[in-house]
Write a protein that binds this ligand. Structure first.
Ligand SMILES: [Zn+2]
Length: 176
């Protein structure tokens, strides 16, 4: 177990590299769409090439258009773009479920660290601890449920999110 599970934020992991529709390999530089769903307690990611893409599924947590990174870009230090994190954070706020609230909490910590959210203090609401946060960019307010989490949980969630967002880099566009 690492001392601080967020010391590396979410490093971008390996890119799986196949279209979920036709199983064709996605080539460096090729445009593709990444979709993330929440299924029960799990998060599922699928990538599609342009040929197999129609429109964003309505039940997706996030949809992004991106390009498969060129091999040269592997040496570049990468962070998951803030807008992806913020987009997933907001979508998770619209869903229920324990898995959602855990991941949302981990995202909130990250966004706080990047100063995209401001700490508005904790409060107790009928036995549930709520963490109030404000987004300085547009003054939007959020209440984040603080789930019972161990350090191992946050490690696992960080890894889960890194896997989901693998290969998406700074050129990514959120598909609404
Ligand atoms: Zn395909």
């Amino acid at each position: 177990m690492t001392q601080n599970p967020f010391s590396n934020e979410f490093p971008i992991g390996r890119f799986s590299g196949c279209c979920a529709g036709c199983a064709a390999a996605l080539q460096p530089g090729q445009v593709y769409y990444a979709v993330i769903w929440q299924q029960d307690e799990q998060y599922v990611r699928k990538d599609f090439d342009e040929k197999c893409w129609s429109e964003p599924p309505t039940d997706a947590l996030g949809v992004w258009r991106a390009k498969v990174p060129l091999p040269a870009s592997k040496t570049r230090p990468k962070h998951v773009p803030t807008k992806l994190l913020m987009s997933v954070f907001e979508r998770l706020g619209e869903t229920d479920g324990a898995a959602g609230s855990k991941l949302r909490f981990v995202l909130a910590l990250l966004l706080l660290r990047r100063k995209l959210l401001r700490d508005g203090g904790l409060r107790d609401a009928e036995g549930v601890q709520l963490w109030h946060m404000r987004r300085p960019a547009d003054q939007t307010e959020f209440d984040v449920v603080c789930p019972p989490l161990t350090a191992a949980d946050t490690d696992e969630l960080s890894q889960q999110l890194a896997d989901l967002l693998a290969g998406l880099d700074e050129q990514v566009e959120v598909v609404e």
